[in-house]
Design a protein around this ligand. Structure first.
Ligand code: ACO
Length: 409
């Protein structure tokens, strides 16, 4: 296909040979026009636009339009897209009863996996993934309903009444209100905080063929319905090596803080370098970025803005994170392995400052990534050559043998 890429399908057709590549370190599973990452330069583009420009000049719904339809909207298209998404922010009242079946202390990602999967039980009119109209309305419903579902999961966990969407607010301000308002007290969205959360959504909106996106593609390739495929993505995202890293990174910072803060960083780094400890520097390292993750830079700036707005410039966790980053980036272990902060290193500090509980971080990530999952799913299904995903394996089990009667085994 290109100078460094072999089309293995041709090789397979000619020779029957296939590749052995656990963890897909060197296998492209698809062609895509959505997101480009240059891991060596630390560059990220959505549909050709640098993430830095999108994060500072566009809002999340414009970014959703770009990912879904390939172009940034003009004002008219933006108004129309916003109107369509806004029309679908409510969820069926029956969802409340479904939610009630969960323990209140259930992890929000367990709840979200269930809630998103359950949407297919409510929208029988749009479960044919091969029908472009079904995919389109499912996309709008999912983008519109994810904030409502995440906020409902939060309210349920805290024993508070649900707050219904207020469609006169922007997408992100509406989400924050559903999270933080109560029937006793209205929530006045703060522009700086709304903008910060909106930026978090933009930075997490897509990241090409990561584990959860590949899961969504594989799941969708069987012809299952769009809601089921996105629920599979939510489940995959939960893991600490992927979306769960933001929660793990903040917990790690809290642990170091409890043990003595900046003075204990050296000791902590020593543990990370000891392979037997099983401890990783969470929020560091990436399969593709072998340079600074551009999202981490934007996240660090956002962190400063939010903390300044809240009068928390001396936030001890932010100081600790910056000191930890500095020490790690000067340490031979991290330098030689090209381990840099990823998007999760600072996003937890921003979310915590906004008032989002740590246990909800990965659900916020799922909310933001939903559009990327859908865009990738649509791209796959719209390709006339798409086939069910079916990896091969290298069998290393027993040779053929006969079953003996149970008394002789
Ligand atoms: N802390 C300490 N050592 C690390 C870390 C880390 N965070 N990340 C990688 N390494 C080490 C590995 O132990 C390995 O060392 P070795 O060569 O001596 O065996 C080397 O660096 C290469 O790492 P791999 O695990 O081979 O890299 P891989 O591409 O498989 O993993 C991953 C990438 C999963 C992100 C890894 O860096 C990691 O676990 N990081 C911490 C979790 C995290 O922050 N995840 C979020 C990723 S971004 C996202 O999903 C939004």
């Amino acid at each position: 296909i290109g100078p460094d890429v072999i089309d293995i399908r041709k090789l397979y057709a000619q020779t029957g040979m296939f590749t052995y590549d656990p963890g897909f370190l060197s296998t492209a599973s698809c062609q895509s026009t959505i997101t480009y990452i240059d891991g060596d330069k630390g560059e990220l583009l959505y549909r050709g636009y640098p993430i830095e420009q999108l994060a500072t000049q566009c809002d999340f719904l414009e970014t959703c339009h770009l990912l879904l339809y390939g172009e940034l909207p003009d004002e008219k298209a933006k108004d129309e897209f916003t109107r369509r998404v806004t029309l679908h922010t409510m969820v069926n009242e029956q969802m409340q009863f479904f939610l009630r079946g969960f323990r209140r202390d259930a992890h929000p990602m367990a709840v979200m996996t269930g809630l998103v999967g359950a949407l297919s039980a409510f929208y029988h009119d749009s479960t044919d993934i091969n029908n472009p109209e079904h995919r389109e309305i499912s996309a709008i419903r999912l983008i519109a309903k994810m904030p409502t579902l995440v906020a409902m999961a939060y309210k349920y966990a805290t024993g508070q009444p649900y707050i219904y969407p207020k469609n006169s607010l922007s997408y992100t301000a509406n989400f924050m209100r559903m999270m933080f308002a109560t029937p006793c007290e209205e929530y006045e969205p703060n522009d700086v905080l709304v903008r910060a959360l909106d930026r978090i959504f933009i930075l997490h909106a897509d990241h090409e063929q990561n584990a959860s996106t590949s899961t969504v593609r594989l799941c969708g390739s069987s012809g299952t319905n769009p809601f089921a495929a996105i629920a599979a993505g939510v489940a995959c995202l939960w893991g600490p090596a992927h979306g769960g890293a933001n929660e793990a990174a903040l917990n790690m910072l809290h642990d170091i803080q409890r043990q003595g803060g900046v003075d204990k960083i050296g000791e902590f780094i020593k543990q990370v370098k000891d392979k037997n400890s099983g401890i990783k520097l969470m929020g560091f390292g990436h399969r593709v970025y072998k340079n600074y993750d551009p999202r981490a830079k934007l996240m660090q700036e956002t962190c400063r803005e939010v903390l300044a707005e809240l009068g928390l410039e001396n936030d001890p966790l932010f100081k600790l994170a910056m000191a930890l980053e500095k020490i790690a980036l000067e340490d031979e272990y991290f330098v030689s392995r090209k381990l840099y902060p990823n998007v999760d290193f600072y996003s937890g500090i921003v979310q915590r400052a906004i008032g989002i509980p740590v246990s909800l971080f990965t659900a916020i990530f799922a909310l933001a990534r939903t559009v990327g999952w859908i865009a990738q799913l649509n791209e796959m299904i719209a390709d006339p050559e798409y086939k069910i995903g079916r990896p091969r394996q290298l069998y290393s089990g027993s040779v053929k043998r006969d079953v003996r009667p149970i008394g002789q085994r």
